[in-house]
Ligand binder design. Structure first.
Ligand SMILES: [Zn+2]
Ligand SMILES: [Zn+2]
Length: 423
């Protein structure tokens, strides 16, 4: 019997884990510089949480959730996204009492039963940032600034920010009416999915990628023409702030997000990847979600970034920050006392921060030389009985192809110097 991983899942193998952790270190470091604090929520939540927050007519809830009953017949779901859980935790743990705004971020794994494709998995990682407690457009601007800072720190280039405002509960219904009337007129030209969406979730039609729908949408009523005064003001101020911060943006009146809970600002940042524009992260304002989930009215903004795609772009860039340093020194020995001493000497050298491996089978110089070359290890140290007697050891530099007889202290010094020089 052979076991294979489930479709849409991925093993992160040695060699891939280092850039993965390096990426997470950047995310944590930059988030902290913006005053964000990490939150870790459980992988499972009650199914109802997502039905109420994400919305039961969205694709995520209606088609893509991993939901099941546990042994006590509770309805449980593997988290399909991060914001709902963060809001749930924010309320349940009284983070509402903290001084506002409350800035949280997460690095977490999520599950969606989607068609797997390159860079998209059924189990996937996301970074997300959420800021609670202020409706100031400066919060939207700072969240976008954080997103840019993260992507630039990861070495991403040619970033394109798209921006839209989808209004609030006081102006959106009027827009929605006009949109529904427009879609009704063109019902026969819409794809089968959009025919359904026109009745259940008309805003989502705006972001249908099918050509037939795109053609219809050329004449669609535009969200930003139907904003109330407050929403228009908010959107204008945000644009002024982004301009002042030197963050370039394009207004895209057809940009909407896949969740029901967004209002006012929605945004997406993409980059050119493998010749085509690829979305890296998206987010927006969700001023009503905290109240929808049982809290008092609390404006909020956030975004989420898929880490698999980010990882693919980072690997393309060949940046040294994401390359794992290899073992620096291999110790050859001849078994018996020379192996025991090798283990002890290896540890003394490790104390100096050097990566050391020992021939654990004591098979002598030839085998060790082979192993070191195969692994790309630059230094080989030979520990035999004579060397132990004299406390002078042969250090071979496998790149320069020379060797010296040195004391342990001199060996550490030599390797440290060569590491300093290669930085
Ligand atoms: Zn409004
Ligand atoms: Zn469509």
């Amino acid at each position: 019997m052979k076991y294979t991983r489930l479709i849409g899942t991925k093993d992160i193998l040695p060699g891939e884990t280092f850039p993965w952790v390096a990426l997470q270190n950047i995310l944590r470091d930059v988030s902290a510089r913006f005053g964000y604090h990490e939150i870790i929520t459980p992988l499972i939540e009650t199914t109802n949480l997502f039905i109420h927050s994400v919305g039961d007519v969205t694709d995520i809830v209606s088609k893509e959730m991993y939901s099941f009953k546990d042994k006590s017949e509770r309805d449980i779901t593997l988290k399909p996204e991060g914001t709902s859980s963060v809001v749930r935790a924010y309320l349940e743990n009284h983070l509402t009492d903290l001084s506002k705004p409350v800035k949280l971020y997460y690095i977490d794994r999520f599950f969606r039963y989607e068609k797997p494709q390159k860079g998209r998995y059924r189990e996937f990682y996301q970074y997300g940032a959420e800021c609670f407690g202020s409706d100031s457009p400066a919060v939207d601007a700072e969240v976008i600034q954080l997103a840019f800072h993260l992507l630039l720190s990861m070495g991403m280039k040619d970033l394109i920010l798209q921006l839209n405002s989808i209004g609030c509960p006081s102006c959106r219904p009027r827009y929605r009416e006009q949109l529904v009337a427009f879609l009704k007129l063109h019902e026969n030209e819409l794809c089968s999915e959009c025919k359904l969406r026109a009745a259940t979730n008309p805003l989502r039609v705006l972001d249908c990628k099918k050509e037939s729908c795109q053609a219809v949408l050329a004449g669609v009523p535009i969200t930003t023409n139907h904003l109330c005064r407050d929403c228009a003001q908010h959107f204008n101020t945000l644009q002024e702030l982004l301009t002042a911060l030197g963050l370039p943006f394009q207004c895209n009146s057809r940009l909407v997000r896949g969740f029901d809970y967004y209002n006012r600002t929605v945004f997406e940042i993409s980059s050119i990847f493998l010749g085509s524009q690829s979305a890296l992260l998206g987010g927006g304002r969700y001023d009503d979600l905290v109240e929808m989930l049982g809290g008092s009215p609390t404006p909020a903004v956030g975004f989420a970034m898929g880490l698999e795609r980010a990882m693919m772009i980072i690997q393309e860039s060949n940046s040294m920050a994401f390359v794992e340093p290899s073992t620096t020194l291999w110790i050859a020995n001849f078994g018996g006392i020379t192996l025991t001493e090798s283990l002890s000497i290896a540890n003394q050298i490790r104390q100096a921060g050097i990566r050391v491996e020992v021939d654990l089978e004591g098979k002598g110089i030839k085998k060790s030389l082979e192993s070191a070359l195969k692994r790309g290890i630059p230094y080989l140290l030979i520990i035999g009985e004579d060397e132990l007697k004299n406390r002078l050891f042969t250090l071979k530099d496998l790149q320069k192809k020379d060797q010296q007889s040195l004391t342990l202290q001199e060996i550490i010094g030599t390797i440290q110097n060569s590491q300093m020089n290669s930085l």
